[in-house]
Structure formats: C-alpha cells, structure tokens
Design a protein around this ligand. Structure first.
Ligand SMILES: *[C@@H]1O[C@H](CO)[C@@H](O)[C@H](O)[C@H]1NC(C)=O
Ligand SMILES: *[C@@H]1O[C@H](CO)[C@@H](O)[C@H](O)[C@H]1NC(C)=O
Ligand SMILES: *[C@@H]1O[C@H](CO)[C@@H](O)[C@H](O)[C@H]1NC(C)=O
Ligand SMILES: *[C@@H]1O[C@H](CO)[C@@H](O)[C@H](O)[C@H]1NC(C)=O
Ligand SMILES: *[C@@H]1O[C@H](CO)[C@@H](O)[C@H](O)[C@H]1NC(C)=O
Length: 522
C-alpha cells in the first residue's frame, strides 16, 4: 500500500513538472544572501528582476507565480486546466456566486524617509525603483499614503503652520520636503502608473500652539472642544493641504482623521502624535472636518476614521458611526496591523463589518521590524514575507478592501527616523553602491498588488477538508479569477483547485511559499 502511494505521489509530481512550464521573457532575481533564512534581489539602473505585465494565457490554461523561502521570486509558470479531478485529498472549490467586498488597492507610504532614500540614488536607479512599484512591469501599486508634514520618519519636527496663534492659517506653507522631494516623486510615480494613483493623506500632529501640551510629541490633544477655534483651524489645515497639493496636480482620494489617535491620548508618546478619544473624533468630524470638507473644493474626498490598531474595534466604530451627524461624512474605517496577532480578525474587523456594512475597512499601515524584540532591517528574512501575506489574507477575508505598507523605501539602518524608531521595508537602498534590494516582503505585496486591480471582487472558496493553507480568491473586472495561497506550514502534500466554470487545476505549493494562480473564464 505504501509503495503504491509513493508511486502515485511520484507520478503526480512528474505530471506537474511536465505540465508547469516556465514562460520566457522575464528577468530573474539577482539573489544576494545576507545570512538570514532567504535572499534579497539586487537591482541597479540597468537590471532588475520582473515578470513583465503578467497577461493571462487563453481559456483552458492557467498562470502561476510562486515565491518561496527556497528562493523563488514570483517565478512564472503555466499549465493546462483539466476536465477531470486529479483525486487530490484537498480540493479548493471556487464559488463565484458567493460575492464579498470589492478591492480598492494596495500600496505604501511616501514618507520623508522614503523620498530621501529614493533621491539618494542616481537618476537611473531612481527610475528603476519607481518602475518596480508603479509601472505595469512593476507590482502595480495604486495607493500612496502621504504623511501631512513630519512624522517619526522625518529628519526634523515641523508642521505646515508653525506660526503661533495663526488661526486663519495665513502662514500655512508646504515644507521643502513636500516641494523638493515628495511631490516630484509622486508626480513621477503617477506618470509611470497606467492607472490614476489613489492618494491618502494622514496627519501625525497638529501645530504645537493648537495643542494642550504645546508640543508635537508627547501626550496631548487639541485645545478646547469640537466646534471651538482650534478644532476649526485643524479642520481647515486639511483643506489647505488639499489645496496646496492640487496646485501640483495631485488630488487626494481620501484622508484619515489622523494617525494613531490613541498614541497621543494615552501615552507620553516619543514622536509626533495627536490624541483623540472616539467621542472627540466623532464630534470633530461632525462639527468641523465634515462641514469644512463639504464646503471646500474637494467635497468628494473620502474620510477614513480610526487609522489605528484594530484592537480598538468595534468600540471606536460604534462611538463614531452610531452618530448620524458624524457618520454622514465618513466612508471607511482605517486599520493598522500592529498587535493584530493578539486580536482575532473576526471580533474586530468582522464585527465592525457586520455592524456597519456600508463603511469599508482599509489597511493604512504595516511594517516588519517594529517589534523591540526583532527590530530593524533584516535583509532576506522570509518569515517577514509570511507575516505580510498572512495578515493581508486574513484582512481581505474579513472585508478589508486595501492594504497599505508603511515606508516604501528605507536605508540599511531602517531610517532615517529622527527618534531612531528604525523598522524594515520591502525596498532597502545601498546608496554607496547605487543599488537597491528587494526584500521578501516586496514579493508578498506583489502577489496581491500586481494581480488584484481596483474593482476585483472577493468570492467564496471552500476546502474539501481542514487545511493549514491560507487563501483568498477574487474575480477581476475582466472575469478572470485570481487565487492567492500561502503555505506557512501544513501536512498536506498536494491539492487541486476546482473552478466549476472552467475545470480542475492540480498544484503543489512547496514548503514556506506564496502562490498566485490566475486563469481566464471566457
Ligand atoms: C547591473 O546588474 C547587472 C546584473 O547583476 C550587471 O550585469 C550589470 O553590470 C549592472 N550594471 C551596473 C551599471 O552596475
Ligand atoms: C506670516 O505671513 C505674513 C503675511 O501674510 C507675514 O507678514 C509674516 O511675516 C508671516 N509670519 C511668519 C512668522 O512667517
Ligand atoms: C494633471 O494631470 C492630468 C492627468 O493626471 C494630466 O492630463 C495633466 O496634463 C496634468 N496637468 C499638469 C499641469 O501637470
Ligand atoms: C515624556 O517623555 C519625555 C522624553 O521622551 C520626557 O522628557 C518627559 O519628561 C516625559 N514627560 C512626562 C510627563 O513623563
Ligand atoms: C506546505 O509546506 C509544508 C512544510 O512547511 C510542506 O510539508 C507541505 O507539503 C506544503 N503544503 C502544500 C499544500 O504543498
């Protein structure tokens, strides 16, 4: 019996190798090992690995893209969809009639640090790097979060209105960081992108003179009460920001009510923060921000509340969204990924969606290397890629419509960051050598961002038996299906996918791998 089973497994493997052929024309990863569990891919002005535009084969065939701890990086393959089941123990059945949320998009943040690092490279390498994120040969980022003024990933502390008592914001002015660095890079990114970028603005701190503690850092909130002059000026600050960026042809899809309001509310925070309770945020939106936006030249800008960890849900959403005066101005709830492992997605994201299905959930910040026990840049760490993929799959399976990485580009120390809060990033520059390294997390993002265009709709997937594989499936606007599968560890050795509209796809995800399968349905 055992021999027979071994033989059939061997046969199945042989069939697979024969069937999945590598497609030509893609640039392979120039791998470099820095002594961690996997590798980075090195890029310069003339060379960078890429899978091109990833168009799908005709009906009856499927595309596969595989990344793994063993060193595959979006390795492309193609195979035949079969009319008969392979008899695999585990079958993932696509249910196209079970429809869930539609995707908005994926991306990262244009922090001061990101801009400084991109501009530390020669012009040719800068272009190569921007193409990697934004062009159709790259990984298709469409969402860019733009910090309003300084945050920890800046080299100095500033806001756009640092003149004391400037309630009318007469002296509001963008910073050199915006004018000389972030704005030109955003314009270049937009020029490379086949789709309009969805820009998202978040502020870390209000000017010191508007705040109870008179400083950008530490524990402090706006002086006075919602409806009062500080709260009104702070709402106008957002409008002035939108106006100034519009002068450079950059318009915003959305803004958040402020980065991590719990930080400045509850702790003596070491970097820029502005405290809000959910009650104060509710009233500020209802009395100040909402009406100001409605009366501005940008009344269709989306407003996302929270912009903080999901452990605050569903409480935060209940306080704000149960109030019709605030809720009328709000479109979504923004979540950060820190401490996700201690808060089940079902009771935070799932419950919030069930209570307020008309408000979307959106991931606005995540990064590796933030945990004090495992801090900073680690070149080539595959487990960080798995953490990204795990979190994205969990989020989208609980109604999140987009996921935004934090700094798009950092240096080898994980900065610059004025308070030394160094973290990791999917792209790390080595300015001395004029190259950049694409980390395993870059490919984690790619497995989603390159394939799940705006409007892709999540559909049902049912496993024939219990499995440790993590997965999520989508139907894109052209009817093609995208299935993303993460294998962090499992006892299963092979599986097949059944899409009743096209047939059976046998496959085997290697140990510690991330897989995107895609096929046409007509
Ligand atoms: C860029 O990298 C490729 C591949 O490693 C190498 O062949 C080429 O010489 C490099 N070009 C420059 C300008 O360093
Ligand atoms: C603020 O702007 C006014 C003119 O609008 C100017 O006279 C003044 O010097 C500015 N103050 C500062 C501190 O920049
Ligand atoms: C502004 O952007 C639009 C499309 O994104 C483009 O058609 C137009 O030429 C741009 N205008 C300027 C002044 O750059
Ligand atoms: C807050 O932290 C700063 C240093 O980050 C320290 O100088 C200050 O004394 C602290 N304030 C309080 C009230 O603990
Ligand atoms: C997933 O990885 C494990 C090792 O971590 C491996 O034993 C298993 O075969 C893989 N699962 C699938 C479905 O390929």
């Amino acid at each position: 019996f055992l021999d027979k089973m071994a033989a059939s497994v061997l046969l199945a493997l042989l069939c697979l190798t024969a069937e999945v052929t590598l497609s030509a024309g893609s640039n392979k990863c120039v791998a470099r090992n820095f002594g961690h569990d996997s590798v980075v891919c090195e890029c310069n002005s003339t060379y960078c690995d890429s899978v091109g535009s990833a168009t799908l084969p005709p009906l009856g065939q499927f595309s596969s893209y595989l990344s793994s701890k063993a060193g595959s990086r979006l390795e492309p393959g193609q195979g035949q969809v079969r009319v008969k089941s392979s008899g695999a123990d585990l079958r993932l059945t696509i249910n196209p009639y079970q429809k869930y949320q539609k995707v908005k998009g994926f991306g990262g943040a244009m922090t001061d640090a990101t801009a400084i690092n991109i501009l530390s490279l020669s012009a040719g390498v800068q272009d190569q790097l921007l193409r990697q994120y934004f062009s159709s040969e790259g990984i298709g980022y469409t969402v860019v979060r733009v910090p309003m003024a300084s945050c920890d990933f800046s080299t100095r502390l500033y806001t756009y209105a640092d003149t004391p008592e400037d309630y009318n914001l007469d002296n509001f002015t963008l910073a050199p960081e915006d004018i000389n660095m972030k704005i030109p890079l955003l314009q270049r990114a937009q020029a490379l992108s086949p789709r309009p970028l969805s820009l998202l603005a978040s502020a870390w701190s209000a000017p010191a003179w508007m705040k109870t503690n008179g400083a950008l850092t530490g524990k402090g909130s706006l002086k006075g009460q919602p409806g009062g002059k500080e709260h009104k000026s702070w709402a106008q600050y957002y409008i002035r920001f939108l106006e100034e960026y519009a002068k450079y042809n950059l318009t915003f899809w959305a803004l958040t009510t402020g980065n991590e309001p719990s930080a400045g509310e509850m702790t003596n925070y070491s970097f820029q923060a502005l405290g809000f309770t959910p009650e104060e945020q509710r009233d500020w939106v209802a009395l100040d921000l909402g009406p100001a936006l409605k009366a501005s030249s940008y009344p269709h800008t989306h407003v996302l509340i929270l912009d903080d960890n999901r452990l605050l849900l569903p409480h935060w959403a209940k306080v704000v969204l149960n109030d019709v005066h605030a809720a009328q101005y709000i479109h979504g709830v923004a979540v950060h990924w820190y401490m996700d492992s201690v808060v089940p997605a079902e009771i935070s994201l799932g419950t919030t969606h069930d209570l307020y299905p008309e408000y979307y959930l959106f991931g606005t910040e995540a990064c590796a290397g933030w945990n004090p026990l495992d801090r900073g840049v680690k070149l080539g760490r595959w487990d960080r890629a798995e953490k990204y993929a795990h979190d994205i799959i969990e989020d989208v399976n609980y109604y999140v419509v987009g996921w935004t990485d934090w700094n798009m580009v950092l240096d080898q120390t994980g900065g610059p960051n004025w308070v030394k809060n160094f973290v990791d990033s999917p792209v790390i520059v080595d300015a001395k050598r004029d190259v950049f390294y694409k980390q395993p997390t870059f490919y984690s993002m790619a497995h989603f961002s390159k394939f799940l265009w705006e409007g892709s709709q999540r559909v049902g997937v049912s496993p024939s038996k219990e499995t440790d594989l993590e997965y999520s499936a989508f139907i894109r606007t052209d009817g093609s299906v995208v299935l993303i599968i993460l294998n962090r560890s499992s006892l299963v050795i092979e599986f097949e996918v059944w899409d009743p509209t096209v047939g059976y796809i046998p496959f085997s995800a290697p140990a510690h791998s991330l897989l995107t399968l895609a096929w046409n349905t007509h």
